[in-house]
Structure formats: C-alpha cells, structure tokens
Ligand binder design. Structure first.
Ligand code: FAD
Length: 268
C-alpha cells in the first residue's frame, strides 16, 4: 500500500519524532511505500489568506469558500497545496501524527487541513439538492481509502475514559475522525493514542513503540470505526437528522453517529 504520514512536531528529536520513525520503519518493513509531509520542517504556511488565491483580483473581496472553489476548478491553487492534494490522491492510507495540544491537533496541522481540503476536493463534492446533500461522510473523493491518527497525550488514559475529567478520547477526537477524515470519504481506523508520555522512560518507550508497530502491521485488516453513512438511509434529508427509531430517543452526542450496534442487531 501507499501511505502518507503527515507529521506535526517542531522537534525532530522528540518522542513524536522517534515514534514517526518507528511507524515508517515498520511500514517499509511490511513492503509499503511511505511518504512523509513534515509540516514544521517544510515551513508549512498554516493560515488561509489572499496569498492562497493568486488569481483573485487585488480589489476583489476574499470569500474563502468561493475562492477555494474557483481555484480548485481552474487549477490555480498554490503549488504547496497542489502537492499535498496529489499526495492524498496517491496514498491508500493517510496517517495524521501529532501531540495533543489543547485537546486537539497543533495549529500547523489544522492549517494543513484548512488549506489542502479545497472546495470541490474535500467538500462541496456531489449533488446538493433537497434529496441529496453531497458526497460526504463515507462518500467523496477519498472514499475507499483508510485513515488514522497517531496521538501522544500528557494526560492519563483514565483522564480520557468515559467518566474522566477531560472527556472521553473518542469525543475529543470526533471532530477530527468524523469531521475531517470521514467527511471526505475515508474509512477511519481507531486512533493510536499514547497516554502519560511526558515522563516516559526507555522501557515505557519500548512498550509504546511495540503497540505502534502492531498497529502499522494491521493497517489493512483493522476494522474501521462504524460511523453511519450520510447517504445510507440513516439520516433525513435535508435536515440531516438521524431518523426516528434509530438509536435510543433520549440519546444525544457523538455516539449517535455510530451505526455498529444496529448493524450487528440487523445482522443477527
Ligand atoms: P517529548 O517531550 O519529546 O518526550 C516525552 C518524553 O518521552 C520525554 O521524557 C522523553 O525523554 C521520553 N522519551 C522516551 N524515549 C524517547 C525516545 N526514544 N525519543 C524521544 N523521547 C523519548 N496533554 C494532554 O493530555 N492534553 C492537552 O490538551 C495538552 N495540551 C498541550 C498543549 C501544549 C501547548 C503543550 C506544549 C502540551 C500539551 N499537552 C497536553 C502535553 C502534550 O500532549 C505532550 O507534551 C506531548 O504529547 C508529548 O509529546 P512530545 O513528542 O512533545 O514528547
């Protein structure tokens, strides 16, 4: 398989740098072809601004969605963005690796998403009407590919458990897994999360590295998170609400968008 790893850490000698090498080495040992986008090393520009749309007239008002649409349609996105889109189309698997900073990805990686995910490529894809709300959440230009996160966190695993004070890790990562990866079509694998890493010693590192190698070995066989497909019949169109009768009526929150339990019930 072809794997693109997008990496966000400013220090090559960091724990994240060491884990990236573990992942890449294991993937290559398995015969996969790997490319890495190292955002800090490459000096990635993280803000969306006028410079992203060279064909926009100097006196024209910048409307980011419209400018993105036009630039994608006319092939006038900047070269750095075009190169990342080409890599995403090349890769069978996308891995985003980052330290958890303020419960999310570092700003530089958010800026990679904001600039690379152009209108017509990652959103604004497919028919938008009263009967169809585009190709997204399981469909889209990146459908058929896999994606996953590699995340390190200072907090303990218990702090991110169902009753933990930080909130469950599944919820914290939902906007990335569901909103950024599933949205343009990826099958999203459960994240790899290393907790309590700030005082990791050599033995702790070896344990984490071993778990990561195992995840890299099972990239092709790990079952994706069973998110509901937008156009699979579970949602009303155009309100895009989960149909009555699906999930417990009193339930709310991100877990509503997991269809696994019902899939299992229907199958049994
Ligand atoms: P490093 O600091 O590089 O290393 C961590 C430890 O691993 C060190 O003790 C290092 O010696 C050791 N180590 C062991 N073996 C190796 C090896 N082979 N190579 C390198 N290092 C090794 N945490 C949360 O849980 N939630 C948050 O919301 C959050 N927000 C944050 C916001 C900011 C701005 C910052 C700076 C930190 C935040 N943290 C948070 C903590 C953060 O997630 C961790 O500091 C980070 O994940 C550690 O990864 P690192 O690569 O920077 O580790």
């Amino acid at each position: 398989m072809k794997v693109l790893l997008v990496f966000a850490h400013p220090e090559p000698g960091s724990l994240n740098g060491a884990l990236r090498d573990v992942a890449v080495n294991e993937l290559e040992a398995q015969g996969h072809e790997v490319r890495v986008t190292d955002l800090y090393a490459e000096g990635w520009k993280s803000e969306v601004d006028r410079a992203d749309f060279p064909s926009l007239a100097p006196d024209a008002r910048l409307v980011p969605v419209a400018a993105s649409k036009k630039a994608f349609e006319t092939d006038s996105l900047t070269d750095d963005v075009k190169a990342e889109i080409e890599k995403l189309l090349w890769a069978d698997v996308l891995i985003l690796q980052f330290p958890l900073w303020w419960f999310s990805m570092p700003a530089i990686m958010k800026g990679w998403v904001e600039r690379v995910y152009a209108y017509g490529f990652a959103y604004g894809v497919g028919e938008h009407s009263d009967t169809r709300w585009g190709d997204r959440y399981g469909e889209g230009k990146l459908a058929g590919k896999r994606a996953m996160l590699i995340v390190t966190a200072g907090g303990w695993e218990e702090h991110y458990s169902a009753r933990g004070v930080n909130g469950p890790i599944e919820d914290l990562l939902f906007p990335i897994n569901h909103g950024i990866l599933y949205y343009p079509g990826y099958d999203v694998l459960p994240p790899f999360v290393a907790y309590k890493v700030d005082r990791l010693d050599e033995a702790g590192f070896e344990t984490v590295a071993g778990r990561l190698r195992e995840r890299m070995r099972t990239l092709q066989t790990t079952a994706p998170i069973p998110y509901r497909r937008q156009n699979g019949g579970d949602y009303l169109i155009p309100s895009m609400q989960l149909r009555p009768g699906l999930a417990d009526p009193s339930a709310s929150g991100f877990a509503l968008h997991l269809g696994g339990a019902e899939v299992v019930r229907k199958a049994s």
